[in-house]
Structure formats: structure tokens, C-alpha cells
Design a protein around this ligand. Structure first.
Ligand code: PAF
Length: 303
């Protein structure tokens, strides 16, 4: 049953049954039918193992579009380590229950053959120079080419009015925004705030890999970023010194930091003295698990 919500002009589908589609032509036919009804379409791309961070993206999509499509695809092209791909948690049944509870209209759950029918070697891929080669890109060669390629494919297949991504993967979000601008893809790319556990740990599918001992240490990454941020807000601009200090402190608590880095928020360049919109990004290893996080800083001129 369709009900028009008079204040927002949104249409709510009550008791709608979520469609689950695995192939591209069926998906396109369904999307075309919705577009004929003048529906707006939001896409939330995921790799499944849905948690509260994903839920917040889907809730945003639900509140801002008439039709919500969630893709679940563990994209082999973006994994730089085979063991990481093999260990990636796959929880399809639970994911679909959660999607239904959030009133998702369509779950697109393709196989690898559907999205990479000619394999992944020697196919057209999307490179976003520079942005994809620093920070996470430097530590995980090829990772962002895999992300940019799959996101471009999903955006081209679904052609959503908006696609929603989490700010926890801040560098990924900027790369997606850049490729959409460079390739003139339609639709808006929306970034939504990181959802955290009560102790500050950013929600991530990888948190499930942590042992109890590692889980207890993991919020140290967020705490270290907040610490750097506090110093900068109080007027410090010796970013490299603050970052080195944060690395020492992380090491002292038993974490294995990869980087802590203060960057300009809009392009991840090293900040100039006048830059006010910054992001402090960090990555650590805990055993075999890599965690990333970031905090945004908007500096006031009266510091
Ligand atoms: O952030 C993720 O879960 C993935 O990188 C994405 C955007 C779904 C592409 O596979």
C-alpha cells in the first residue's frame, strides 16, 4: 500500500516485500519501472556484514529517497591480501533481515561472475591518480582501483539520484566524489558521519576479527586522533611532531600504528598555514586486523 506523506512529499511503502535481485538486467528493469513512477532512488553500496554504521546510511537513504537499493558484494578486486578476502565476514541471511526491518526496497546481491564476467585481469579499471596512492593507498596497493572500479560499475548500473557512503572511510569517500565529478556520473554522493561504539571505536566489519584483548586496545586509535585534534584546536600547527607523538603513544599501548596524518579535508593534501578544514586520519594493525579512523577539524580564526 502506498501512502503519500503530506509534509515531506515522500511515499512510504508499508509492509512492502524486499526484492532480492542478483542479475543486472532484472535490476535495470525494476529500476526503470520505478523511474516511470517518478521515484527517486538512493543506493547504499556495502560488502554486507551490516552493522549500525550501515544502518545509519540506509536510514538516511530511506528518509531522502522514495526507493532504497542496498548492494551487498564482497568485491575481490579491492582486497590486497587473499587471506583478508577469505576471512571477510559473510552474513547474508542476517543482513537481509536487517534490510527488511529498515524498509529497504531492493537488495542487489550479485555474484562475482555477474560483476566480473571476464575475470578481473585485463578489464577496464578506474584509477583516481594521487588521491588513491597516498595513506591507505600507499599501504594497500591496488585497493582503491578496486573500490573505484566497483563503485563506478554500481553507479552506472543503478544510476541512483544519490549514493550514500560512511565518513569512516574518508579517503574512499573523497575518491568516489572525485571519480563521479571526473567521469560526469549523475547523482549526488552523500557522506554520513561515523557511528561509534560507546568507547569511541568506529563501527567496522573488521571489529569482529578482534580478540577480547585487541578489542580492549582498539579505541586507542580514536583517542589518539582526538588528542592530536585537541592540540591543533588549541593552536599547535607542528603537525608532524604531534603525529610522531601519537605514534609513540599508540606503540606504547601495544598497538602497531601504520600512520597518523593531518591533512586538508577536501583533497588530503598536507595542510598550509591558512587551512582551516582539516582531517586527522589514522590506521593501526591489531594482530592481523587493520583498523582505520579519522576525525574532522574545523578551526576557528580566533584560536
Ligand atoms: O565501503 C565498502 O564497504 C566498500 O569499499 C564499497 C564502497 C561497498 C565498495 O566495495
Amino acid at each position: 500500500m502506498w501512502i503519500q506523506h503530506t509534509s515531506s512529499k515522500r511515499y512510504f511503502a508499508h509492509n512492502a516485500i524486499m526484492l532480492t535481485i542478483a542479475n543486472i538486467s532484472e535490476l535495470r528493469a525494476r529500476l526503470a519501472a520505478w523511474r516511470r513512477q517518478a521515484a527517486s532512488i538512493a543506493l547504499v553500496p556495502t560488502m554486507g556484514n551490516l552493522h549500525a554504521g550501515h544502518m545509519s546510511l540506509i536510514e538516511y537513504a530511506r528518509a531522502n529517497a522514495t526507493r532504497v537499493v542496498v548492494s551487498i558484494f564482497v568485491n575481490p578486486m579491492q582486497f590486497d591480501r587473499a587471506e583478508d578476502l577469505a576471512a571477510y565476514p559473510r552474513t547474508l541471511e542476517e543482513d537481509c533481515c536487517q534490510l527488511r526491518a529498515l524498509d529497504t526496497d531492493l537488495a542487489f546481491i550479485p555474484t562475482v561472475d555477474v560483476l566480473y564476467p571476464r575475470g578481473m585481469e585485463n578489464i577496464t579499471r578506474v584509477e583516481v591518480p594521487h588521491l588513491a596512492y597516498i595513506l591507505e593507498g600507499a599501504s594497500r596497493p591496488g585497493h582503491f582501483a578496486g573500490v573505484a572500479t566497483i563503485v563506478t560499475k554500481l553507479l552506472t548500473i543503478v544510476q541512483p539520484d544519490m549514493a550514500v557512503f560512511g565518513e569512516k572511510d574518508y579517503q574512499q569517500l573523497l575518491i568516489v566524489q572525485r571519480l563521479v565529478a571526473d567521469l560526469n556520473l549523475p547523482g549526488e554522493i552523500v557522506g554520513r558521519p561515523t557511528v561509534r561504539e560507546p568507547d569511541g571505536l568506529a563501527m567496522s566489519s573488521r571489529n569482529g576479527h578482534l580478540t577480547a584483548q585487541e578489542r580492549a586496545l582498539a579505541p586507542g586509535l580514536h583517542a589518539a586522533l582526538l588528542d592530536v585534534g585537541d592540540h591543533i584546536r588549541k593552536g599547535r600547527s607542528d603537525y608532524s611532531w604531534l603525529e610522531r607523538q601519537a605514534i609513540h603513544e599508540l606503540q606504547a599501548t601495544g598497538l602497531r600504528p601504520d600512520y597518523v596524518s593531518t591533512r586538508r579535508a577536501y583533497d588530503l593534501a598536507l595542510p598550509d598555514a591558512g587551512d582551516r578544514d582539516l582531517v586527522v586520519l589514522g590506521a593501526i594493525w591489531l594482530g592481523g586486523t587493520r583498523l582505520i579512523d579519522n576525525i574532522r577539524l574545523t578551526l576557528m580564526d580566533y584560536r
